[in-house]
Design a protein around this ligand. Structure first.
Ligand SMILES: *Cc1c(COP(=O)(O)O)cnc(C)c1O
Length: 365
């Protein structure tokens, strides 16, 4: 059987059936139904979120909050991310300004932000990539001095805690994704977490055609009841799922730690991680093989690791020649070296060992 980079968690079939059975009675299938209301409350509490609004997916949540803030001009962001982050900025008419990342945890380098601020800058949009936390204090300090909004792409940090607190509440707002391949999912889904209660009505208008008074040209990006029901079921198993991922991650670490030319990351000290991804960097010179060679070797064995995130979003054909890619040497090097190994709760330890053996034997000294 082939092994992919991710495999969706599923509740038991019976549990999901029990959760959706009332819908055959109520016939309330979407538009802020009972499951939707229950999931919003459950997530607020699980994530320590002051305010939370659900969306049909993470991308629409991100576009929704950027629109709701009435931003104009330039947004300082990372090119080392999924297409969604950069596309959300450009699709609503804002201009991304690409800032390099830190080599130690691959998030936005706060020491480089200030030199990119102009009189057009309106916001900073960093990504807690792979579940690694951005330097939220440094970013907040800069944003405060220049009166910029901070919106985190928190798609990778569901369930991550620091000092016992959820980490999806930093900045003015954070976007979460509940896509099927994420640690927690609602099949497709997403949310915005925010601090200003005035944004609630505006976000609801954004996802529901401008709601009742049509003050805004909102679109349609509501989460339906079947998605919310999947979320309620998955929330009941999330801690077990993260525990199983921890076992996989620890095995990878054990097997791969100290292999020359290969870099992998142990969770940061004061963080309760979610083990969303297992990224590895292959330094061609010292490992004796390029990332692409390793990826191909694994594929020959029906193991499909993924080059997340390659290419950088700033190098996408849709942006080349139109948007300044900036100067991001660390992001470029990382994108050339990174490979995300298969990581999901049900991944067999035997398969983890097999993947590691293949990698170790691929090394040429
Ligand atoms: C998954 C993801 C998104 C988009 O979320 P969807 O729910 O798939 O729309 C945005 N940013 C990052 C970093 C992601 O990984």
């Amino acid at each position: 059987m082939s092994i992919n980079v991710a495999r969706s968690s599923m509740p038991s079939f019976e549990d999901y059936c029990d959760e959706i059975r009332p819908l055959w009675e109520s016939r309330w299938l979407t538009n802020q139904g009972l499951k939707h209301q229950a999931l919003e409350e459950a997530l607020k509490s699980f994530l320590d979120a002051p305010y939370l609004t659900l969306f049909v997916n993470g991308h629409q949540a991100l576009e929704g909050i950027l629109r709701a803030m009435d931003l104009e001009g330039e947004v300082i962001t990372t090119p080392f991310t999924y297409a969604s982050t950069t596309h959300a900025i450009t699709r609503i008419g804002l201009t991304p300004v690409f800032c390099d990342i830190r080599p130690d945890n691959l998030t936005l380098d706060p020491t480089l932000i200030e030199s990119l601020i102009t009189d057009k800058t309106c916001a900073i949009l960093p990504v807690h990539v792979y579940g690694n936390l951005c330097d939220v204090e440094a970013i907040s300090e800069i944003a405060g001095r220049y009166q910029l909004k901070v919106i985190y792409d928190a798609a990778h940090v569901f369930g991550v805690r620091k000092g016992g607190e959820g980490v999806a509440s930093y900045g003015d707002a954070s976007m979460l994704s509940f896509h099927a391949t994420k640690v927690f999912h609602t099949i497709e889904g997403g949310a915005v977490i925010y601090h200003d209660p005035a944004l609630a009505d505006r976000l609801n208008a954004e996802k529901c055609f401008g709601l009742d008074d049509f003050e805004y040209t909102g679109g349609n990006s509501k989460m339906n009841e079947f998605q919310a029901a999947m979320g309620l079921c998955n929330l009941r198993i999330i801690l077990d799922e993260i525990d199983k991922r921890a076992t996989v991650a620890e095995r990878y670490m054990q097997n791969l730690k100290g292999v020359e030319g290969l870099t992998c990351w142990a969770p940061e000290q004061d963080l309760t991680p979610n083990y969303a991804y297992f990224p590895v960097l292959f330094e061609t010179e010292r490992f004796g093989r390029s990332r692409d060679e390793v990826s191909d070797l694994l594929a020959q064995e029906d193991i499909y690791a993924r080059k997340y995130f390659y290419p950088l979003t700033s190098a996408f054909p849709c942006y080349v020649g139109k948007i300044d890619p900036g100067h991001t040497p660390v992001a470029e090097k990382t994108a050339a070296e990174v490979l995300c190994l298969p990581m999901y709760a049900d991944l067999d330890i035997y398969d983890v060992d097999r993947i590691c053996d293949l990698i170790i034997h691929a090394r040429r000294s």
